[in-house]
Design a protein around this ligand. Structure first.
Ligand code: MG
Length: 310
């Protein structure tokens, strides 16, 4: 007897319910929204969008509706292989921003998008954040924040510089922040559980888990890593947008604090602004709003010392 599970979106799932309506049976199990018996096969449809087919003709019945879930292979090095229909599953995604910016914090967000909210999230305008402008992200992020279980962490420059001076790599900072954000979202949605967790990969699994090994609560169950993960599930795209939004708001605040608009990135324009801050407000003020160990610090002080003697 075979047992096949497929993942459907809500429209496809309703079609299944309609199709088997005359064969409906009652099944009182958690999460079950519809059950039927047809052609020697039990069909059980779950709130999560999963539909299970059990019995002699399971394969044939399931093939009317979709492709079965394929178990995840665990040992791939560059990004895990994702199950089929991954994009329509209930997933917590996480992503960070600010790591390459001299000014401002690192922000990390983890967001839960259950299967039944995928349509809403799409409706709100979420897609691959690399295709969205900062202005658009500022506009839609508050709606995402209001409607999705999430956790947002901001590693401000003071703390960043402190742990960096202790020898932490950015990889370690990110791993610990992702892990914390994921743990918080899991806690928020309990007793519900996501089908998977997807981390926008910045380190290989082994390295990631070495970084978090001393953490109290290490999130391990059903965790997948993939690069460009914002293209693989809307939860990562949403996380990326929320992290970016938080970063932009922090940059606004820091710009106010310093009295000049702080540029993003780590290019020459950044050095110029940093040099001006050095000259006008001194090293402490600059340190408070930057990732101090970046090469920009040396470049800015070189520019500043030239200007001092003009
Ligand atoms: Mg990323």
């Amino acid at each position: 007897m075979s047992n096949i599970v497929i993942q459907l979106n809500s429209t496809e799932q309703s079609k299944v319910h309609e199709y088997y309506a005359s064969k409906r049976v009652t099944r009182n199990a958690p999460g079950v929204v519809f059950a039927a018996k047809s052609n020697g096969t039990s069909i059980t449809s779950y709130k999560s969008g999963k539909v299970m087919f059990q019995g002699g003709e399971a394969e044939q019945e399931a093939s009317r509706w979709g492709t079965p879930n394929i178990p995840v292979t665990k040992t791939l090095t560059k990004g895990d292989r994702l199950p089929d229909n991954f994009a329509s599953m209930s997933v917590i995604g996480s992503d960070e921003t600010g790591t390459g910016d001299y000014f401002g914090p690192i922000t990390v967000a983890a967001v839960y998008v259950p299967a039944n909210k995928l349509a809403l999230v799409k409706e709100l305008g979420v897609k691959d954040s690399k295709m969205l402008t900062d202005d658009f992200m500022r506009k839609i992020a508050p709606d995402l924040i209001a409607s999705l279980p999430h956790s947002l962490l901001v590693l401000r420059n003071e703390k960043y510089n402190e742990v960096q001076a202790q020898g932490w790599s950015q990889g370690k900072m990110k791993a610990i922040l992702h892990n914390q954000a994921l743990a918080k979202v899991l806690e928020k949605i309990t007793p519900e559980k996501p089908d998977y967790i997807l981390i926008d990969q910045f380190a290989e699994r082994g390295i990631y888990y070495r970084h978090v090994k001393d953490q109290k609560n290490i999130v391990k169950e059903n965790v997948l890593f993939a690069t460009k993960a914002e293209q693989l599930h809307l939860s990562v795209a949403a996380a990326s947008i929320i992290a970016r939004y938080a970063f932009l708001k922090e940059m606004d605040k820091l710009s106010d604090q310093i009295g000049t608009t702080l540029p993003k990135g780590a290019g020459h324009g950044v050095d110029e602004v940093a040099a001006k801050i050095l000259l006008a407000q001194g090293e402490e003020s600059l340190r408070e709003v930057t990732k101090w160990h970046f090469a920009n610090t040396t470049k800015a002080s070189r520019i500043a010392s030239k200007k001092r003697f003009i």
